[in-house]
Design a protein around this ligand. Sequence first.
Ligand code: PGA
Length: 265
Amino acid sequence: MSRKPIIAGNWKMNLLQSDAKALFDGISSFVSNYTATQLPTVIIAPVFTSLNQVHAIPCDCGCGGNKLSIAGQNCHWEKSGAYTGEVSVEMLKDAGCSYVIIGHSERRQYFSETDEMINKKAKAILANGLIPIICCGETLEQRESGVTDTWLASQIRAALKDISSEDVAKSVIAYEPIWAIGTGKSCDAQEANRTIKMIRKTVADVAGQSAADSIRILYGGSVKPATIEEQMSMSDIDGALIGGASLKADSFNEIIEKTMKVAAV
Ligand code: PGA
């Protein structure tokens, strides 16, 4: 089963509009050298106030794909209404997004997001025809006490609750061990692959083998140009969600380039 790799840049709460535009220009001029078929699925997730500075780049070769796609970093599950400070999926779609990152550990940790909220968000995203990038991950304490697998399985089961197999198949999961995010210390590639295999098995239990074979599961946590080749050579790692190294066009483009070399895109 071949799954098209994904390289997704999570810009987090960084970059003013002019910086976002400059970074977008640096990435778009790189991806314009290729067709969407040659490239991995390339996604960038700017802050909401910079969505007007970026746009999806459709491929011109007739394949119908995108050279670059846009993601929101979060959403609310309601369509509209009295939810001060929130943004709906329809609004993100209107601003050019086709993906939405949900359940990032920073949102779970600092903004008290629960599994139930993440499940509601996933359903709203899919109902609007967008694709959720559902994050999961364990703390160092959980890893050291040996509960990583059961913890991740419970996060995945809760996030995918009552979602059809067809919708699960087109979704994306990002496995991001919390201790590896922004620390410069990536999870060992073999261990990340083992963990992702376990997540895929959980998806098979919840949504069937065919959905598990189709869903793309990314690794995230201190991914850099120096780590991507080994990560992409693993059987079950379908791409990367990248924070720090996605904030410079040079390093992000290098990650894309190396992914094209390793994976038979
Ligand atoms: P990092 O962030 O690449 O800076 O570790 C990854 C993420 O949080 O998505």
